[in-house]
Design a protein around this ligand. Structure first.
Ligand code: C2E
Ligand code: MG
Ligand code: MG
Ligand code: MG
Length: 285
């Protein structure tokens, strides 16, 4: 911020602010053409069924390979894309690519994988979003129930009436809806009653080292029980150790994702993973 005092008005930025603001501005400017220049890439992370220990699905996680700044995390660029009005185009691209690749892999390996795509608040509110989902499904031939749209509470809280309407339309297409990052926001179970959600994804903050004491295991088990009473599938995110994985299996958790299985991978590496999973008999067909 500019200082109001007379002699220092020339000092618009603190030196450390300047670097941050410069990077932000650079991202804003270069993002406009990043899609057409092919700088976005989708990585895929496997999701595993804890009952049968089989591969259940893949989550599409976006990366931006920036020519000057290297690979940029979605945690940094998605908020900018939302703010600058690029999320609709980027999101539609992710949706179509993930459905197409998901369908191709299901066909090629003769398996039934779920394809999960993250949807941000602003995307969900966009009038054409339902149409885009319909188009992505139609074009790819992916079974509608195999497409899982991951929403966050913040997307639902902003306009509950409108959100409920859009969610019903998405359900009408046959898509699966999941509530992502549960445990980080308001985490009200009333959302789960009010919206037609099928899957609850427990945030990885439940499973970090400090949280995994005895008390937390009981808490997670109770949460899973409530979710099951509401007919929801429960997925645990960010599972890094077999100890936590075993705790979750005992607690009745349905599925899990995390580094203990695999990190998000490029499409090529994911396909290699799939191939070896198939020959080891850990994919369902
Ligand atoms: P998310 O949807 O909750 O995705 C899970 C995040 O946890 C991913 O981070 C994933 O790489 C990370 N993760 C998975 N397993 C582990 C683990 O065992 N340990 C740890 N420490 N982390 C793990 P990522 O890929 O950086 O994505 C961050 C967030 O960006 C996503 O959170 C999602 O909210 C958003 N995002 C990613 N791709 C898209 C997209 O295409 N569209 C939109 N709107 N948002 C996206
Ligand atoms: Mg997600
Ligand atoms: Mg999450
Ligand atoms: Mg998220």
């Amino acid at each position: 911020k500019a200082k109001a005092t007379g002699e220092s008005t020339y000092q618009f930025f603190e030196p450390e602010m300047s670097a941050e603001a410069k990077r932000r501005l650079q991202l804003e400017v270069t993002m406009r053409r990043a899609l057409e220049l092919g700088q976005f890439e989708i990585h895929y992370q496997p999701r595993v069924d804890l009952h049968g220990m089989r591969l259940r699905g893949m989550e599409a996680l976006l990366r931006w390979n920036h020519p000057e700044l290297g690979q940029i995390s979605p945690l940094e660029f998605i908020p900018i894309a939302e703010e600058r009005g690029h999320i609709e185009a980027i999101g539609a691209w992710v949706l179509r690519a993930a459905c197409r690749e998901g369908k191709r892999l299901c066909d090629k390996y003769g398996i039934a994988l779920h394809v999960s795509v993250n949807v941000s608040a602003r995307q969900l509110r966009h009038a054409d979003f339902v149409l885009e989902v319909e188009r992505a499904l139609g074009e790819s031939g992916l079974r509608p129930a195999a497409l899982e749209l991951e929403l966050t509470e913040s997307a639902l809280i902003e306009d509950t009436e409108q959100s409920a309407l859009f969610l019903r339309r998405l359900k009408g297409l046959g898509a699966t809806l999941s509530l992502d990052d549960f445990g980080t926001g308001y985490s009200s179970l009333s959302y789960l009653k009010r919206f037609p959600v099928d899957v609850l994804k427990l945030d990885r903050s439940f499973f970090d080292e400090q949280s995994v004491d005895h008390g937390n295991a009981a808490f997670v088990e109770a949460l899973i029980g409530m979710a099951h009473a509401l007919d929801l599938t429960v997925v645990a995110e960010g599972i890094e150790t077999t100890m936590v994985m075993d705790m979750l299996r005992l607690a009745g958790c349905d599925e899990a994702q995390g580094y203990v299985f695999a990190k998000p991978m490029s499409l090529h590496t994911f396909e290699e993973f799939l191939q070896s999973a198939k020959s080891n008999g850990i994919v369902r067909d």
